[in-house]
Design a binder for this molecule. Sequence first.
Ligand code: GDP
Length: 212
Amino acid sequence: MDHSPRTPEDLAKFFHSGAAQFVLGVAQLEQLPAADRPECAFIGRSNVGKSSLFNALFGNSSLARVSNTPGRTQQLNFFNFRDGAAYIVDVPGYGYAQAPTAEVKKWQNVLKDYLRGRVNLRRAFLLIDARHGIKENDVEMMKMLDTAAVAYQIILTKIDKISAAAVTKVLAEVQSKIKKHAACAPEILVTSSEKSIGLEDLRAAVLRLIET
Ligand code: GDP
């Protein structure tokens, strides 16, 4: 592996220079690629700002479009990261009950099995909209991650939409709630794709994960 980018500028340049490419959509577990390299996943409610964060991280608006095409089958979208050194997985947004219940159930089982069985999954990033904090279906997702023993970390999104005081308040609320969740990292990443806040920390965290 070539020399690791370390300064915020080098990190941004690296992430923006085609560091991630779409490889595969996985709707059924049989389609999963071999668990032969480190992987991290991005998860969150629909509309949490996941596509915007991908765009901001990688400077590539077509990446997230792959995942966000309306009407597309629910699938885990795998991206090659760093010339195939790792996978980044975009998990479809949850919280909109558009699909028939049987479909939802089927998808939840696929997701559960993926999380439970994926030995190379280093961490899941769980995105939470700073305006709304942790909602009921986020708690369900956190429980699913706890049960699957997947290490995860909260990313607060869209912090530019609220005041500094409101950010402090939601951070305190989230900190208090995650204490009950064994698999959740205590450090919360605070981001805004719109104002490019917190992207350096997230880029550094992703790189660290795949290098350790
Ligand atoms: P997704 O469904 O999770 O992929 O969410 P999107 O990335 O499509 O974002 C949903 C909406 O929130 C869009 O209208 C975005 O423009 C908006 N949005 C996303 N991130 C930010 C942010 O950091 N700041 C602000 N102000 N708006 C954002």
